[in-house]
Design a protein around this ligand. Structure first.
Ligand code: GMT
Length: 384
């Protein structure tokens, strides 16, 4: 199949999933065309059956706010027509689904049928999508898509309850390349960071308020006060990083908490972690947690959104209520105090990643969904 994939190219879950999906589809023999305003950051090596089409944004004195949505629509029309795409798969509703619906309408006038599939990732529904200035257009673009997927049952239910949706929603969970994300032997790296054999906690996020990065610092300071000999790596960057750094100084733990900023390859860092922590206020899937699990790291996370679908409480990690710092500290302490339990959960995490969320298990669901949607759209066109 010739597949167009539209995504945000920046550091973030939806862009990562879209990029990894495109790469996996290309490895399975499909022709994949990425459309984005810059090269997706995980698309390091271009290969024969992967193309990248940059969406240029016009600057014109009249445009205080350049109309990116329209530039994207035009690019979609152009690529569908000239690369003869069979399907257009957009990740994140705003504005990608809207542009795709408009592009499909333009192409229809030229006798070209292009089925549009939208994958909802989370904040496009739970945060920005419900802003009154977007809600109507988000609902419309979802309902007008030929196929819609969500990354968890939670997000499906959330979309159905918070949006006015008539479209069918199919759940296809996120996935991971478990051959790339695997426990790597990085003992030297661990010894350099934890010379006294300290346990290492890791948090990875984009430091947006929803990630509650300061909860990590509070939890760490609680355990340090109790005498635990620990180190912490805070990976990623975003608006709450300065606040988290300031808090670490204030609570006297700054020397043991290292803020690394954005890092790749993340599997090298995860491989030396003892525990991964994710205290998010909301998380539709929690790709960062899956990356940790695939590297055999048990996760302490909030009992919210799609996280309980991914992290089995008591089996692959421990969950706690959002914002409950005492419970967060208790759950982390439980794993620190019981190495046997920690190791058991580490093994179970890796097994769950391999058995349930491996790329080879999930990507075929997308392929068959593409076929189903395409058949439905083309048959409907014939009947008319
Ligand atoms: O919050 C992020 O990390 C970014 C955001 C995005 O849209 O890129 O992530 C969302 O999509 C990811 C991939 O499907 C999910 O794993 C994240 O849970 C989800 N984030 C939230 O729901 C807050």
């Amino acid at each position: 199949m010739k597949i167009g994939i539209v995504c945000y190219p920046v550091y973030g879950g939806s862009g990562v999933v879209a990029t990894e999906l495109g790469k996996a589809l290309a490895a399975r023999g499909h022709d994949v065309h990425f459309l984005a305003y810059s090269m997706p950051f995980r698309l390091a090596h271009i290969q024969e059956n992967i193309s990248f089409h940059e969406v240029n944004v016009n600057s014109y004195p009249l445009f205080d706010y350049p109309p990116y949505t329209l530039n994207l629509t035009s690019k979609m029309v152009d690529v569908v027509k000239h690369a003869k795409l069979d399907i257009l798969h957009v990740h994140y509703a705003i504005p990608h689904a809207t542009s795709a619906v408009l592009a499909r309408q333009i192409l229809e006038q030229e006798g070209i049928k292009i089925p549009v599939i939208t994958t909802l990732h989370g904040t496009d529904i739970t945060l920005v999508g419900r802003d009154p200035s977007f809600a109507t257009i988000v609902d419309y673009s979802i309902n007008q898509s030929d196929g819609v997927t969500t990354v968890s049952d939670f997000l499906k239910n959330e979309t159905l309850s918070s949006c006015r949706i008539s479209a069918d929603l199919k759940v296809i969970p996120n996935f991971i390349d478990t051959t790339q994300y695997r426990p790597l032997k990085k003992g030297h790296f661990k010894r350099a960071l934890c010379p006294r054999g300290e346990k290492l906690l890791v948090h990875v996020s984009n430091f947006r308020p929803v990630k509650r990065a300061t909860d990590v610092i509070h939890m760490f300071a609680n355990l340090a006060k109790e005498g635990y000999d620990l180190k912490m790596l805070m990976v990623g960057d975003g608006p709450d990083r300065p606040t988290a750094e300031h808090l670490a100084r204030e609570l006297g733990v700054f020397d043991d908490v290292r803020f690394l900023g954005k890092q790749e390859p993340i599997e090298e860092i995860l491989s030396i972690a003892d525990i991964f922590v994710l205290p998010s206020g909301s998380e539709t899937f929690g790709l960062a947690a899956l990356e940790a699990m695939s590297c055999a790291v048990p996760v302490v996370a909030t009992d919210t959104g799609g996280l309980p679908e991914l992290i089995l409480h008591g089996e692959t990690g421990l969950l706690f209520p959002v914002g409950d710092l005492e419970a967060f500290t208790n759950q982390t302490r439980q794993l620190l105090d019981n190495e046997e339990l920690r190791q058991k959960m580490a093994d179970a995490s890796r097994a769950r990643a391999v058995e349930t969320f491996d790329t080879h298990k999930i990507v075929p669901y997308y392929e068959s969904y593409y076929e189903t949607v395409r058949e439905r759209v083309l048959n409907k066109a014939q009947v008319h």
